[in-house]
Design a protein around this ligand. Structure first.
Ligand SMILES: Cc1cc2nc3c(=O)[nH]c(=O)nc-3n(C[C@H](O)[C@H](O)[C@H](O)COP(=O)(O)OP(=O)(O)OC[C@H]3O[C@@H](n4cnc5c(N)ncnc54)[C@H](O)[C@@H]3O)c2cc1C
Length: 418
């Protein structure tokens, strides 16, 4: 194993959207930054690839609002630096049974944070969307101006390019196998020869004053291996489904008009985006998936489609073909028990030298710009302003294995074990 002699202010491990955003933030501030990725850059085996992610400000958990609002501004700033767009405007529509505590918490949060929104009953929803979306009589809808669609692979590529332009060093096919605390401070990061094939480097060692670990579905494995700490972050394999819009209705469901990004509260939680990436198709998917080992992927089975079919038939008034998806894509979630992120120092022998950003639980992409800023702040200054980190601490799982208590929560389980 050769020690490359290279020393960095920050070593970021994992080049999904979170690591790429954190590397960009650190490099932009003039710090010598290294970004390491175990596979090829922009690979499809993690969580950040694909064609669309929703951005919305409507959250039942009030503490995400500021991170989303900051991210809207940071997405725009990064776009203006790179010179192309990754984020496309749309409104957001949340719907669900009127008694849904989560949905009621969304409305309360919109009010508290003065988000431009209106609560609608079934008739008002039918009028608002000219029949393109219909909800049952005992449901309510929340129409909010702050939605949108992000192109994920393009966004990750943007952050990597910006990091590079700001002087960061980027290496792929470099699997980190060890992080060691150094006596005089800082860490020694070792990369293996690559057990993942497709690898032509011989491994190496890098010194970093600080290290940021953003390894998605591999967080539990890597953190356990380097520190013995067992984080309750469960990898799930999830399936994205695309459905055909029936002839004559294609423009009605396309982005650029007034068709929104959407989420349906209840069992199952269903979400989707207006037609954008594949003309004539609309994304409608279930939030959840099957527990798996990210290195021993089942690559299926997909989820049961029955609930989605019924939902599409009912909500889209027969204008979208509910017979079955015409295209699917697999992706990884990293779920915490409370579905809140982990943004914290690893602690122990590493003290404040190693920062962990993980457990994004299927809803982190939209906040990647702010998360990158927070992770860079924590690594470089030891604190992060503008965010209440108490909800994202590792220690919360010691106090309560289920993590943050959410008294509004509906009884929904996003892990499918059978
Ligand atoms: C189908 C799907 C739909 C989603 N929809 C939305 C949405 O609409 N809105 C939203 O906000 N969020 C959404 N999300 C969630 C969002 O995409 C994720 O929260 C986000 O992509 C997580 O990024 P990450 O960087 O943490 O993980 P990843 O993208 O997986 O990145 C981690 C990286 O670390 C690398 N790595 C792992 N171990 C090592 C190692 N030892 N050494 C070096 N590198 C390593 C991995 O190869 C990987 O590239 C969705 C996720 C999925 C899967």
């Amino acid at each position: 194993m050769e020690y490359s002699g290279e020393e960095f202010d920050v070593i970021v491990i994992g080049a999904g959207v979170m690591g790429s955003s954190a590397a960009y933030q650190a490099a932009k501030r003039g710090h010598r930054t290294l970004l390491l990725e175990q596979f090829d850059f922009l690979h499809h085996r993690g969580s950040s690839h694909g064609e669309s992610r929703t951005i919305r400000a409507t959250y039942p958990e009030d503490y995400y609002t500021d991170l989303v609002l900051e991210s809207y501004a940071l997405w725009e700033r990064a776009e203006s630096e790179i010179g192309y767009k990754v984020c496309f405007k749309a409104h957001q529509f949340d719907m669900g049974p009127a008694h849904s505590k989560s949905l009621r918490a969304v409305i309360a949060s919109c009010r508290k944070n003065s988000l431009p929104h209106k609560a609608l009953d079934a008739q008002q929803v039918a009028r608002q969307f000219s029949g393109r979306i219909r909800i049952p009589e005992d449901w309510v809808g929340v129409y909010c101006e702050m939605g949108g669609v992000i192109k994920p692979t393009k966004a990750v590529s943007m952050f990597q390019t910006l990091a590079l332009q700001n002087g960061a060093v980027l290496r792929d096919n470099s699997e980190v196998t060890e992080i060691k605390s150094l006596k005089n401070g800082g860490v020694l990061v070792t990369t293996g020869r690559g057990s993942h094939g497709n690898n032509d480097n011989n491994g190496g060692q890098f010194r970093g004053k600080k290290c940021v670990v953003t390894v998605g579905a591999w967080t539990r494995k890597l953190v356990k291996a380097v520190s013995g700490v067992e984080l309750p972050i469960q990898p799930l394999e999830t399936t994205v489904c695309y459905w055909r819009i029936k002839e004559g209705h294609v423009p009605d469901y396309a982005i650029g008009g007034d068709f929104p990004t959407f989420a349906s509260y209840g069992e199952p939680y269903i979400y989707g985006t207006p037609s954008l990436e594949y003309p004539g198709l609309i994304k409608v998917a279930v939030h959840g998936g099957y527990p798996c080992d990210p290195d021993e992927r089942p690559w299926g089975p997909g989820m049961s489609l029955e609930a989605m079919k019924e939902w599409i038939e009912g909500r889209f008034s027969g204008r979208v073909d509910s017979g079955g998806p015409v295209a699917t894509q697999l992706c990884m979630y990293s779920m915490t028990p409370d579905e809140d992120f982990v943004l914290d120092f690893l602690g122990g022998e590493f003290g404040k030298d190693v920062v962990v950003g993980g457990g994004f639980s299927g809803h982190g992409f939209k906040m990647a710009p702010a998360v990158g800023r927070v992770l860079a702040d924590l690594a470089l200054t030891g604190e992060a302003k503008g965010v209440d980190l108490k909800y994202f601490r590792i220690g919360r799982f010691e106090e309560n294995p289920k993590g943050n208590v959410k008294d509004y929560e509906d009884q929904v389980n996003h892990f499918f074990n059978d």
